[in-house]
Design a protein around this ligand. Sequence first.
Ligand code: AP5
Ligand code: MG
Length: 217
Amino acid sequence: MYLILLGPPGSGKGTQAERLCKELNLPHVASGDLFRDHLKRETELGVLAQNYMDKGHLVPDDVTIGMVKERLSRSDCRGGTILDGFPRTLAQAEALDSIFQELGQQLTGVLFIAVPDDVLIERLSGRRICRNCQTSFHILFSPPRELQTCDLCGGELYQRDDDQPDTIRARIKVYHKQTAPLIKYYQATDLLHEVDGNIDIDRVTDTLITVIGSLGP
Ligand code: AP5
Ligand code: MG
């Protein structure tokens, strides 16, 4: 099962991907997490990506596609995967079609999590992430038991550098310009399923699981 989670920044892609990956026993491939891992390891790619991420802009297609292609080629993705944050441009969507073709894989469905812009700002401003296992919390909507500690692994919680008001606004703008056109792209192939993301986290998960259960092989 090869699924894409599509949606604006803060729509809950990461939160839902974690839950779905556990439920369906699939690897979570999140381009943002891959970039943050490069950044942490101070690789050449990490240094390049940081300039774009800090401004809320997209990292250029060629490096992003290369990084995701390498990840999808690994053996743990042979039985399926949940893509979170990729593709994000039409060029990336077309490249993904070619990657799947090359690897003999087929896209099962695209789950579009719809959330209004004003809600996104509130969500991203209150987000806290575990430095160790990357689990997302929210100080109001999904609070950790202790303010600075991850409930799951005890790791330290931090606020992403790009979760500052100006950068959040830039990311939302970039989403509307460069990523929202993918809705039409996948509608045209009948692969798109829209889900209301402006309800509580558990109900979004239930809806996604129902939709996934209805998808063909
Ligand atoms: P990335 O890390 O992918 O960030 P994003 O798309 O901006 O999305 P977020 O991770 O911010 O949001 P999310 O939808 O995962 O929401 P979450 O579940 O955390 O990308 C970062 C940067 O990397 C990009 O700006 C770009 O520079 C670069 N990049 C990445 N991919 C790229 C690509 N393909 N091409 C080029 N560049 C790329 O939830 C948010 C908060 O809301 C949390 O606090 C959560 O607890 C809370 N929450 C979630 N669901 C609910 C709910 N239903 N109700 C209430 N609260 C909720
Ligand atoms: Mg995310």
